[in-house]
Design a protein around this ligand. Structure first.
Ligand SMILES: [Zn+2]
Length: 269
């Protein structure tokens, strides 16, 4: 599943190549995605892409009179291809810019292509998203404030997108290792110092994954390659029984909220 780093790498790829360009045609081959693709999407020709932003795992293509909202769902990817590239079976949506085409491939059709003429921050899918982990809004003080009164354990706490967006399973495990925090601790019991280390670790982990994604890309502006590349260098994720890269103790696996958690019982307290 595309995670925040893949979506951010995708955003940068689109921004680099498509900002300032005018849409020549929008082609909806399959409107039955997670939500029906609105008819207005088919009539986007003539609009210029002014900016490409990301909120959580949503991509926002700002045009002069509205915003295209894209989500990659479970299996989606966006690529920029040369004009005239023949679409495959799962290529459900194109934004044609003349010389190049932005193409959505989404075999499982859990992705989204939506259009809004209102501020996208007020869109029902976006309004309730938690804070951006790479923004200044997330720091030790904010994390400490967010965790007060919470009785949830810190690992599932981090993965709840209503509080902080985009900290997926692998990134939560890796961040807690970097911060030296046991994933079983109650969020509300973390100290200010714990929260400062953890906020920094989340940013460091996501930035490393974005760098890995950027270096593993070719014509794909977003692909599963980013997570795969990052995963090979993981410190704890998917390494149960293997020696901790820092202390040599065996990495442990446990299940929290139906998701696997990996941690070093010696380095994480
Ligand atoms: Zn260790």
């Amino acid at each position: 599943m595309p995670e925040l780093p893949e979506v951010e790498v995708t955003r940068r790829g689109i921004e680099l190549r498509l900002v300032g360009r005018t849409i020549a045609a929008a082609v909806v081959r399959e409107p039955r995605l997670r939500w029906p693709v609105p008819r207005a999407v088919g009539a986007l020709a003539g609009r210029k892409v002014r900016a490409v932003r990301r909120r959580g795992k949503y991509l926002l293509l700002d045009c002069s009179d509205g915003h295209l909202i894209l989500h990659l769902g479970m299996s989606g990817s966006l690529r920029i291809l040369a004009a005239g590239s023949a679409p495959g079976k799962h290529d459900h949506f194109d934004l044609d810019f003349g010389a190049q085409v932005l193409r959505l491939r989404d075999p499982r059709r859990f992705g989204a292509v939506l259009w809004t003429t209102r501020p996208p921050e007020q869109h029902p899918l976006i309004r309730h998203l938690g804070i951006e982990p790479l923004s200044r809004a997330l720091d030790g003080g904010r994390l400490h404030a967010l965790t007060r009164a919470s009785r949830v354990r810190i690992k599932p706490f981090l993965m709840d997108g209503r509080r902080i967006v985009g900290v997926g399973n692998i990134y939560a495990s890796e961040s807690l290792f970097l911060a030296g925090i046991d994933p079983r601790r109650a969020a509300g019991r973390l100290s200010s110092a714990d929260c400062a280390r953890l906020a920094a670790a989340i940013k460091r982990t996501l930035r490393a994954a974005i760098r890995a994604g950027g270096s593993s890309l070719r014509d794909f502006v977003g692909s599963d390659g980013a997570e795969g590349y990052f995963q090979r260098r993981a410190r704890v994720y998917d390494r149960a029984g293997k020696p901790c890269r820092r202390c040599g103790a065996a990495i442990r696996r446990l299940v929290q909220g139906q998701r696997a958690t990996y941690f070093c019982p010696h380095c994480q307290r």
